[in-house]
Design a protein around this ligand. Structure first.
Ligand code: GDP
Ligand code: IMO
Ligand code: MG
Length: 428
């Protein structure tokens, strides 16, 4: 019985995690975001109404679900209030939200530092979302971080901010950047603390209770495996680990508590920001995919880079995350293409390799080796079963299963909640 499901991105993010989280959440008791911050952008479409969530878990549309923002997150309070007010303006007022007292807070100087570090990297810039995510995690690791629970104690909050600024302000000054006033920030953030107070709790205990009562818990990953700070294309990654392995640590549960891991996978590949991308291509087909798939960033609006499906990275994601089923997304976007390619291995300096090399310079030189499949011309956006899919589309899914060694348990044929076909009964 699968009481706990992790939804994890297998590529470079934007695979459709928000959509599948919302889809599976209908049967869940608790939905948890355990890492990342408002660098994430998760789109949910319910009966033509589109919502973009950045910090708030995608279970928010169901009043019976407890939505948890766990200890591994970095939370920018301003962005959170903005998100809450957008939801309220659209009639979403009846929800349950819990925020970990241990989650880190994104401070205004983190945004400035993010911008500074990117500019110093020149043409090696990561292409971050400039939301202060990297500097917030840096401060966490260097123990200059402010935690959500700290916002409730004004004096010690001021002391902690002063301590952080003792080292951050001189750095900013060196680069002729804006410096920050600890008193002003402490006043502002203490007010935020008061506004957040009713949401703040020990979410690890809340999750333990849910586990003890065999409640159904869904963990909503942000970013994707290839953006993982440990197992991604370092240094072109985010500053947390978006893998299933990070979920127990980042939410305060035992590792044994995870029963299923669903790998959310686009039927092709996209990447936003800098960094190597072996199957990337640019021609009229990639332009078509970008337009049909609306491949523009949910958080930054940047056009996403487009490539064919890469099963080398999918096998990497499978191994790192222990993926038990794949959810293939945006399958409808490929309708009408004459041929579809799947990368099955790489050529690196004349050798064939089947794994993602650890060294980034090696990864940059990897050339994709493709298997080519005939496409299909039918519109599949109203398909409700595997059998209704055109034969060539079925064969494409079989090929994905063959090259990854994982069963396709869900496929998605459009952005709406309804355009989802589950081949496995999750949470039942
Ligand atoms: P996330 O970050 O993983 O939650 O993904 P995003 O929301 O950033 O990006 C996925 C995009 O694809 C969103 O615009 C979704 O509305 C859209 N989407 C999700 N599934 C499908 C699908 O099956 N077909 C189409 N056409 N769009 C989809
Ligand atoms: P979701 O959850 C796609 C990328 C950025 C950049 C790198 C580092 O919507 O899938 P950061 O701001 O995290 O320091 O940026 O990571 N990135 C994402 N790309 N989807 C995301 O989230 C991303 N979150 C970060 O573009 O390349
Ligand atoms: Mg996204």
């Amino acid at each position: 019985m699968d009481h706990t499901i992790v939804v994890v991105g297998t590529q470079w993010g934007d695979e459709g995690k928000g959509k599948i989280t919302d889809f599976l959440a209908r049967k869940a008791d608790v939905v948890v975001r355990s890492q990342g911050g408002n660098n994430a952008g998760h789109t949910i479409q319910i009966d033509k109404q589109k919502f973009a969530l950045h910090l708030i878990p995608s279970g928010i549309f169901n009043p019976n679900i407890k939505n948890v923002m766990a200890n591994g997150m970095v939370i920018y309070p301003k962005a959170l209030f903005e998100e809450i007010s957008i939801l309220e303006s659209r009639g979403i007022t009846n929800y349950q939200l819990y925020i970990s007292d241990r989650a880190q807070v994104v401070m205004p100087y983190h945004l400035e530092l993010d911008d500074l570090m990117e500019s110093l990297k020149g043409d090696q810039a990561v292409g971050t979302t400039k939301k202060g995510i990297g500097p917030a995690y840096t401060d966490k690791a260097s123990r200059f971080g402010i935690r959500i629970g700290d916002l409730l104690y004004k004096e010690s909050l001021l002391e902690s901010i002063k301590m952080a600024l003792n080292y951050i302000n001189p750095v900013l000054k060196t680069f002729n950047r804006e410096t920050f006033n600890a008193d002003l920030i402490a006043d502002e953030y203490f007010e935020y603390g008061l506004k957040l107070k009713s949401y703040i709790t020990d979410t690890s205990l809340l999750l333990q209770d849910a586990l003890d009562y065999h409640q159904k818990i869904l963990f909503e990953g942000a970013q994707g495996t290839m953006l993982c700070i440990e197992h991604g294309t370092y240094p072109f990654v985010t500053s947390s680990s978006p893998t299933a392995a990070s979920v127990p640590l980042a939410s305060g549960i035992a590792p044994q508590a995870i029963s299923e891991v669903i790998g959310i996978t686009k039927a092709y590949t996209t990447r936003v920001g800098g960094g190597a991308f072996p199957t990337e291509f640019e021609d009229e087909i990639s332009a078509l995919i970008r337009e049909v798939g609306h491949e523009y960033g949910t958080t930054t609006g940047r056009p996403r880079r487009i490539g064919w499906l890469d099963t080398v990275i999918l096998r990497h994601a499978r191994r790192i995350n222990g993926i038990t089923g794949l959810s293939i997304m945006l399958l409808d976007v490929l309708s009408g293409l004459k041929q579809i390619k799947i990368c099955i291995s790489y050529e690196l300096d004349g050798r064939i390799i089947h794994n993602v090399p650890g060294n980034y310079r090696d990864f940059l030189r990897c050339k994709p080796i493709y298997s080519t499949y005939p496409g299909w011309s039918e519109d599949i956006s109203n398909v409700t079963s595997f059998e209704e899919l055109p034969k060539n589309c079925q064969n494409y899914l079989f090929a994905i299963e063959e090259f990854t060694g994982v069963k396709v348990t869900i496929f998605s044929v459009g952005p709406d909640r309804k355009q989802t076909v589950s081949l496995k009964r999750y949470f039942e």
